[in-house]
Design a protein around this ligand. Sequence first.
Ligand code: ATP
Ligand code: MG
Ligand code: MG
Length: 542
Amino acid sequence: AVEAKGKKDQGSFEVGLEGAIKGQVVTRFPPEPSGYLHIGHAKAALLNQYFARHYEGRLIIRFDDTNPSKEKAEFEESIIEDLRLIGVHGDQVTHTSDYFDKLYEDAITLIRQGLAYVDDTDQATMRTQRMDGIASARRDRSIEENERLFTQEMAKGTEEGIRSCLRAKMSVDDPNKALRDPVIFRVNLTPHHRTGTTWKVYPTYDFACPLVDAHEGVTHALRTNEYRDRNPQYKWFLKHCKVRTVHIWDFSRINFVYTLLSKRKLTWFVEKGLGGGWDDPRFPTVRGIRRRGMSIEALNQYILMQGASQNSLHLEWDKLWALNKRILDPVAPRHVAITEEGQVPLRLTSGAGLEELGSIGSGGLVREMAKHKKNPEVGMKRTHFSPRVFLDQADAQISQEGEEVTLMDWGNVIIQKILRDVEGKVTGLEGQLHLEGDFKKTKRKLTWLSSEEEAGISATLLDYDYLISKKKLEEDDQVEDHVTAVSEFRTPVVVDANVQDYPVGQVVQLERRGYYIVDKSPKKDGSGSLELILIPDGKASG
Ligand code: ATP
Ligand code: MG
Ligand code: MG
């Protein structure tokens, strides 16, 4: 029933939801509040919002809080914040727990039709029986007995209740194993973060999801297609609990190479203290990729481009970062950073225009320069021009006496003298300013920074590798066997002093290096350090 056609350039796609009527579509994003949102969740949330807006309907954010052992209020707040961050605004926030009484009634409705039974078979046996298509010894209990056991033992959390669960009587041996009498209610005595100790029985996700969808008026349930086997079960619950029907629309889970997209595995990293927490720039969480410089616009475009695709491949990160770069490039102010270790002074000793620069230590000549040559809206910066500038060692190394080079955004210089230490490292250069020279004729355009104190500030550039070193982790792989030994790299630099005025989150281009996002910035009183994180540009695949 789904026709999908990628319309890449617009970041949207043409796709129809079965039975959708403008103004009446209701979709929902149902996160479990047991961790922070990751890019997979972002896909689900953005798709749900896309359809709700497309059909001028409503989007419900529903916290799927059926397991009190895993869930915390802290995670609800972070999820709401992260949704806001990616531009997802629900029209309503609900909880599965708002419907616990209804779901309890739904269970009784099934019991009274002889369609659910209480089972105290131990877990291991139950698993084997389901695998082998063998009926539980408890399958033929009477309606009365089931109702008593559910309402008097399970619901009260008695000793007998604790040992039991409620199962839907669907099939013993259907080839689709999801239909082999799934568990629909179990006992849990852990207090729930919202309903406290009111309940001792909790619905399973399989049972709660379709029924809450129906109770809430959801018209279209978007589900990742690994649930496809469970779709008949979903429909069965709606039918036998006699509630309105809901359309199911399948989409594929998103996965990335070298990436863990599982709250359980990410939690392991956080608890081990291996990363810096849920917002670690190496994490595929919304916070992590934002901190690494992913723009909301790129994320949105990318997800909608993926759109209705049904194949769940392991995607490369490159495409997403390349898309991001195209968005950042026209608006990122441009600055210069010189690697602190091995920076080389170039002294200008002659040439027309030298006098206006003043002497070393005088602050140099300050000019207002455009932060972005092609986009005046980005604003102006103060650039120091002085008779001594710093170059990167790498640039100095390959210089030759007599060579004419271009100092970017300034003009040409003829290198006249190269001083080296015993190991051949360049310790200094001398040159002649040659501003009337043609920059189109020089081979090398060099980044430079005035050596005047006011011109530069110390900073650290950070770059990251993937947290795990295996492209695709298999189910039985242990995460700890594949953690990248070193995945953070720090380079001390001197950066254009203009950069210290930017707030955290500002993206800049450091010329000839790449795009960076300000991760820490010094305080007004000068304390604290400046740290910038390299934003992958999708060119180098790790
Ligand atoms: P995780 O294993 O990371 O905890 P989950 O599916 O158990 O994922 P939920 O909080 O239940 O986490 O997910 C909320 C919604 O996000 C669900 O509708 C789920 O299908 C969707 N979702 C989760 N991971 C992905 C993914 N990788 N790609 C697309 N959608 C996803
Ligand atoms: Mg889930
Ligand atoms: Mg999961």
